[in-house]
Design a protein around this ligand. Structure first.
Ligand code: NAP
Length: 263
């Protein structure tokens, strides 16, 4: 989706650039970064599974990317590569656009991988509480410890298979699925429709399918469902702004994404 979204943005702003996807094997990451440097590339995105590993091969990380320990956007300053992470700000923008109130909110994050980490750091400045539920509870605990060193807020963790998830869902103002569950139309976590309620915002980072089972269930219970394609556009808009120092044509980018899959 990103080539569709970014190339639409370049066309509409008449910036002579093209966004091309490359498939990079883990063992080739370092050499691929060196190759991009040699080619004089202006910027690029990095996606799973390279977001953490890529930090080792960059010249500089911005403050947030350093704290999170993961990068999804790189901008070149001459031959120097600087890493950023736009996942968190993309998610916050998306929730705000949907009408969510972030200040003082109670946030439930499903997942403790790269995306969840980025979102947790962004939510931590505004939220009242953050609950992190993950299949591997140790990873959730590690994230909790990192956050507690930096922020003073109530952070609780639990296992995805545990009993506390029901209470967490019921209490949350904002629920984010930052796991890869839900891809291919499947949704496995033990979450029931009657745990959701009106006034809640449910963001699913999965964007294929755009309307996941989680979103359908949450909406049918009266919650506001927010899809991952919207976030993809917003985090892409932040990348565009880093690369070009210009405002992103967000409406154009949304339209391009919508044409690929309804939002
Ligand atoms: P990641 O670092 O690999 O983390 C994957 C997460 O999913 C971990 O918490 C993992 O739990 C959990 N998980 C995977 N399979 C599972 C299963 N079968 N049952 C339960 N939990 C499972 O990946 P990521 O970069 O954080 O990305 C997560 C998702 O967000 C992906 O679907 C990605 O496409 C999406 N994403 C979307 C956007 C957007 O703009 N919409 C941006 C970034 C990411 P364990 O720790 O137990 O392995």
């Amino acid at each position: 989706m990103s080539p569709v979204i970014q190339n639409a943005a370049f066309r509409s702003t008449r910036i002579k650039a093209v966004y091309i996807p490359f498939c990079v094997n883990k063992s080739d990451l370092r050499r691929s970064i060196d190759a991009l440097r040699a080619l004089g590339i202006r910027g690029f995105n990095v996606t799973a599974p390279h977001k953490v590993e890529v930090c080792r091969y960059l010249d500089k990380l911005d403050r947030l990317a350093k704290e999170i320990g993961s990068v999804n956007t790189v901008a070149a300053n001459g031959k120097l590569f600087c890493g950023y992470n736009t996942d968190g700000i993309g998610a916050l923008r998306t929730l705000e656009e949907a009408g969510a109130q972030l200040d003082g909110s109670s946030v439930l994050l499903l997942g403790a991988g790269g995306a969840s980490r980025a979102l947790a750091y962004s939510f931590a400045s505004n939220a009242r509480t953050i609950r992190i539920v993950n299949r591997t509870v140790l990873k959730a605990r590690q994230l909790q410890h990192r956050l507690q060193k930096r922020f003073k807020l109530d952070i609780t963790v639990a296992s995805l298979a545990g009993e506390s998830i029901k209470q967490f869902v019921e209490d949350a103002d904002i629920i984010v699925n930052a796991t890869s569950m839900g891809q291919n139309g499947r949704f496995d976590p033990p979450i029931r429709k009657n745990w959701f309620h009106q006034g809640q915002f449910v963001l699913d980072l999965v964007y294929r399918p755009v309307e996941t089972v989680l979103l359908k269930v949450a909406r049918s219970a009266g919650a506001t469902a927010v899809n991952g394609l919207r976030m993809l556009v917003n985090q892409g808009a932040c990348s565009f702004e880093i690369w070009t120092s210009r405002s992103a044509p967000v409406a154009v980018m949304h339209k391009a994404a919508r044409q690929e899959g309804p939002m």
